[in-house]
Design a binder for this molecule. Structure first.
Ligand code: ADP
Ligand code: MG
Length: 823
């Protein structure tokens, strides 16, 4: 593997210009500068040096290019080799030029290979000066095993030591940097439990004094901190009795010169602070990172398209790393704190670009697999007309996208996202009609028995409305279906006498055979793993992957969805059917319990049903369960005529299902639960949702809970009872009062809690793998990276013209995204 041989055109152009080269895409500054040295050498050496005298100024050109390359932040041996070449070509010596050229070419060739740089970056930290095998081991155990790991271990924050405070203005609880003179210092001895020698120094300036204390290493400190010494001091200001003090501050002794101002000027800095793993000294970590940056940063290649880099005015990755690890004294503090410096943007975009390329390639690979074309649409049109309502614009759009996918000879992989009750099931139903008309079968998989039953009821009603013309033959196959009935359904499925089967995991059993399965609808994807999807694919017609539609009611902001579910295409239903009664949201505080009781009384008096939800916190499961059961008892005591059920996480699934089913059928009026209410459960007679300890829930979760009520004709009410609050939870609860738009709420939730929290404990493949980008902070960069990646694959779907880029994507994301070899 190597880059294409330089063409004569390029050489001539190079020789004609003296401007500093801008690295080509995929090159590091080091590689492009090495190339700049090699190119004229290679050209002049051609045909056994036949062109030697046609190259003007060869020696000067080579020498100055080598000199520039030697100045880069690169490993010592490469630096030395380049310096030697610079020197040997600097004087027009009389000896054999060809021999010197041969030697230079021989030395540089291996360095020019991208693999050389890759190997250097991947090498153990032990190659850094000051890192021995023991240290390297200890770093490696903490996920800092390679030079690249150190380079990309970016500071988590910066200590801005540029604006110096005066001693008099120090505030307790604030980290400060200031210059002060030592007025006196001494050891003192402490008695009691914390016995030992303490080194103390009283320092001050014109505005006041403050004490510094060292409980350890006093001896070595005492050698630097002497009376009259001028110190630059950084540390956290604490209160001690009536005074302020700093324990173990960072200090540097300033040249105790007359030119105090100049001395201070020298030490003002913006100092990086790193997340320091347990067992590693912060100062030591800072030092090894600095040494990695100094010797290796210019080996880091950039992959972003050159026009994008130019348009955004971004630095090379090496320069970006230097800017982030050692910010210049002029850096914009606000930009730095917000992670919005060009340096960080460059690295974030580099990372997201590779990710988005990986996702695009994955999508393309899946879309190229063989599938079953489903082209018939007549009965779908009839079935749509037979509905008792008109589809919303958003439903029409989603349906059109799905039908277009179905018609292709490749499998669909699509996410259908929309708030509870926005009409996703209807859309899936209409698609299933097209599948049946084309002679194939559909399967809808729900996470629970109860949801499967509800889906079946909904679908059967829709099918009846359309009559024979659009009608589907629908069956349900779940654990609760009696054995002989289940056997009959399995036979009918195998014979092709059922068009749409609704079920749970049970559908994946080996005993279930389809005659011609081509369309799989999966409700709430997070409960289905990759293995289960594969099992389903194995049952599909002709052994082709079925068209797959994943439905989710979790509103995920579009940009995030496109990345998190980046291997799926996305259809969004962002519109509720007209005429829905709005659910009212009320925020109550502890102590306003009487109002809750009143609302409960009113709702049940109208014959409507009520949910009462308690949070479930893993560590205190017992306590929360007690709160929930006490609440159930209280309601029973206050309303003896009501039936009250309690559902919680310690019940097994079957018992939970029974309780849910009792509620769904109206046998119970009040359902008290810890948060196990099934997503998607549809009890149209439930109109009151009471959420206890609302401050402990995430916004998206609260929104989902609120979506459980107001699903029928009667308007719903959601009561959020806040017991204790923080600024955060206040912000969240207010956001919920202000809007009912699930997507707006998801955006707010994401901004407040970050994507990890937002997605809950759900395992997610991509998040933990991002090294630099932060999907909350960098939503804008996601869009930029995504657009760039799409353009790249549009031009070159397999990245054939850029094997290094293909390799970078493969090595970074290949495993994670199950990419078949690209490039
Ligand atoms: P989702 O699956 O998104 O939760 P459903 O498809 O179950 O939503 O629809 C919820 C309810 O709204 C159902 O009773 C359905 O019949 C009804 N519905 C769906 N689409 C419309 C529409 N365009 N106009 C009126 N009602 C609709
Ligand atoms: Mg539904």
């Amino acid at each position: 593997m190597g880059r294409s041989a330089p063409t004569a055109m390029r050489v001539v152009r190079y020789l004609g210009s003296s401007a500093c080269e801008v690295p080509e895409v995929g090159d590091s500054p080091f590689q492009s500068m090495i190339a700049a040295v090699l190119r004229p050498l290679d050209f002049a050496a051609r045909d056994d040096f036949a062109k030697l005298d046609r190259v003007r100024d060869l020696e000067r050109t080579v020498s100055s290019a080598a000199e520039r390359a030697a100045a880069l932040a690169i490993p010592r041996d490469a630096k030395d080799a380049l310096a030697r070449i610079a020197k040997s070509f600097s004087a027009t010596a009389e000896d054999d030029l060809a021999a010197r050229m041969r030697e230079a070419i021989l030395a540089l060739r291996p360095l020019a290979e991208p693999e050389w740089s890759e190997r250097q970056l991947a090498s153990s930290t032990a190659i850094l000066s000051g890192v021995g095998p023991k240290r390297a081991d200890s770093l490696a155990r903490r996920a800092l095993g390679s030079v690249a790991d150190l380079l990309f271990h970016l500071p988590v924050r910066y200590d801005d030591r540029r604006s110096l405070q005066s001693v008099g203005s120090l505030e307790v609880g604030i980290r400060a940097t200031f210059v002060a003179r030592v007025l006196g210092c001494a050891f003192s001895t402490r008695r009691g439990r914390f016995r030992g020698r303490v080194f103390e120094a009283l320092v001050g300036d014109d505005t006041g004094t403050v004490t510094l204390k060292w409980f350890r290493s006093g001896d070595s400190i005492s050698r630097q901190v002497r009376k009259d010494a001028l110190l630059l001091i950084t540390g956290d200001v604490k209160r001690y009795r009536f005074d302020k003090e700093l324990a173990h501050p960072e200090i540097s002794v300033l040249a105790d010169a007359s030119s105090e101002a100049a001395a201070i000027g020298d030490v003002r800095s913006v100092t990086p602070e790193y997340a320091t793993p347990e067992g590693i000294h912060p100062r030591g970590l800072r030092r090894v990172i600095a040494s990695a940056v100094e010797r290796y940063s210019d080996l880091v290649p950039g992959h972003l398209p050159a026009d994008l880099v130019a348009k955004l005015g971004l630095p090379e990755p090496g320069e970006a790393l230097r800017d982030l690890h050692a910010p210049s004294i002029e850096v914009d503090a606000a930009e730095l704190a917000a992670g919005a410096t060009p340096a960080r943007v460059r690295l974030v975009l580099e990372e997201l670009y590779l990710l988005e390329l990986g996702l695009a390639l994955r999508r393309a690979q899946r879309a190229a697999e063989p599938g079953t074309p489903i082209a018939c649409k007549q009965r779908t049109a009839i079935a749509a007309r037979a509905l008792p309502f008109a589809l919303t614009g958003a439903q029409e759009r989603a349906l059109a996208e799905i039908l277009a996918d179905l018609a292709r000879a490749h499998p669909m992989n699509r996410l259908l996202e929309g708030d509870v009750g926005c009409g996703k099931t209807v859309v899936a139903y209409l698609a299933a009609v097209a599948v049946a008309e084309s002679g194939y079968q559909s399967a809808l998989m729900a996470p629970t028995e109860l949801l499967a039953e509800q889906h079946e009821a909904t679908l059967c009603a829709l099918a009846r409305a359309a009559g024979d013309a659009g009608g589907l033959r629908i069956a349900r196959l779940t654990a609760s279906v009696p054995g002989d009935e289940a056997a009959r359904i399995r036979r009918a499925l195998a014979a092709g006498e059922i068009d749409l089967v609704v079920g749970t995991h049970a559908l994946l059993q080996e005993s279930v055979d389809f005659r011609a399965l081509a369309f799989a609808v999966i409700d709430e994807q997070h409960r289905f793993g990759v293995a289960q999807r594969a099992a389903l694919a194995a049952k599909a017609a002709h052994g082709n992957a079925p068209d797959t539609l994943v439905m989710t009611a979790t509103p995920i902001p579009r940009t995030l969805a496109l990345t998190l579910y980046g291997d799926l295409d996305l259809s969004v239903i962002d519109e509720l059917p007209p005429g829905r009664a709005k659910t009212k949201t009320v925020l109550l505080r502890a102590g306003e319990g009487q109002q809750v009781v009143e609302l409960l009384r009113e709702a049940t008096a109208r014959g409507e049903q009520v949910y009462v939800v308690y949070p479930l916190v893993a560590e205190s499961e017992k306590i929360d369960l007690r709160a929930a059961s006490e609440s159930a008892e209280k309601i029973r005591a206050a309303f003896p005529r009501l039936t009250v059920d309690l559902v919680h996480g310690q019940l097994d699934a079957a018992a939970r299902n029974v309780a849910m089913a009792r509620f769904a059928s109206g046998k119970t009026q009040v359902l008290v639960s810890t948060t196990v209410i099934e997503v998607g459960v549809d009890v149209s007679n439930a109109t009151l949702m009471i959420v206890e300890h609302a401050e402990r829930f995430g916004l998206a979760q609260l929104h989902q809970l609120r979506g459980r009520v107001g699903r029928g004709r009667a308007p719903g009410t959601c009561v959020l009872v806040a017991r204790g609050s923080s600024e955060d939870s206040e912000a969240r609860l207010r956001a919920l009062l202000e809007t009912t738009d699930g997507f707006a709420i998801a955006e707010a939730d994401l901004a407040i809690r970050g994507p990890g929290e937002f997605l809950g404990t759900r395992q997610h493949g991509i998040l933990p793998d991002l090294r630099i980008a932060d999907l909350t902070r960098d939503v804008r960069q996601i869009a930029v990276a995504r657009e760039a990646a799409l353009q790249t694959v549009r031009r070159d779907p397999q990245l054939r013209s850029n094997p290094e880029l293909a390799r970078a994507v493969q090595s970074r994301w290949g495993d994670r995204l199950a990419l078949v070899d690209v490039g």
